[in-house]
Design a protein. Structure first.
Lengths: 113, 116
């Protein structure tokens, strides 16, 4: 059974810092991996999607990497801003017959002005 | 990008009533839609997967008679919480997967349900 874990559970940094969020998954047979952002009481915003054959994806100040063999992904946020404060969720799409999106436990990020 | 809408955004109801939540994909056809449930400070838990025109597949531990899912068209899925009780109070989020090779899932804004 696929399990997705994110560390740290919570992170507080001063504005301007670069930071890394970690995601690990137990079954490397994935179809793709997505990073999402969720603001309090809101739905999810997709940030980046990495296919299983890819190593990384970039969008603006965000860079996500994927190492399928080791079951790890990182989300790098450059020059953090207070507006980046949110919960960040990674999710893997199961590569098997179920084809489900399985979510990690989330990282609550607070960027202090 | 693709947009998924949910209606209503929040609902308060009395215990024992049924509540219907609609999920629509606004600018793409979604052959597969998903319903998730999220408790405070927890991650999303998949409740069921529905394919257009067929019965939904429920996750283990989710009562299919309690949470009725209908996916009648490529742009609309509904979740009906039947005979709601206070423990059904939660944040319900739907998601729609586009039919392209990438298969990106887009999420709705969520519906907050409070059962008194």
């Amino acid at each position: 059974k696929q399990e997705v874990t994110q560390i740290p559970a919570a992170l507080s940094v001063p504005e301007g810092e670069n930071l890394v969020l970690n995601c690990s998954f137990t079954d490397s047979a994935i179809y793709n991996l997505q990073w999402f952002r969720q603001d309090p009481g809101k739905g999810l915003t997709s940030l980046l999607l990495i296919q299983s054959s890819q190593r990384e994806q970039t969008s603006g100040r965000l860079n996500a990497s994927l190492d399928k063999s080791s079951g790890r992904s990182t989300l790098y946020i450059a020059a953090s801003q207070p507006g980046d404060s949110a919960t960040y969720l990674c999710a893997v799409r199961d590569g098997g017959a179920t084809n489900k999106l399985i979510f990690g436990t989330g990282t609550l990020l607070a960027v202090q002005p | 990008g693709a947009v998924v809408s949910q209606h209503p955004s929040w609902v308060i109801c009395k215990s024992g009533t049924s509540v219907k939540i609609e999920c629509r994909s606004l600018d793409f056809q979604a052959t597969t839609m998903f319903w998730y449930r999220q408790f405070p400070k927890q991650s999303l838990m998949l409740m069921a997967t529905s394919n257009e025109g067929s019965k939904a597949t429920y996750e283990q531990g989710v009562e299919k008679d309690k949470f009725l899912i209908n996916h009648a068209s490529l742009t609309l899925s509904t979740l009906t919480v039947t005979s709601a009780h206070p423990e059904d109070s939660s944040f319900y989020i739907c998601s729609a997967r586009d039919g392209t090779g990438l298969g990106t899932q887009y999420f709705g804004p969520g519906t907050r349900l409070l059962v008194l």
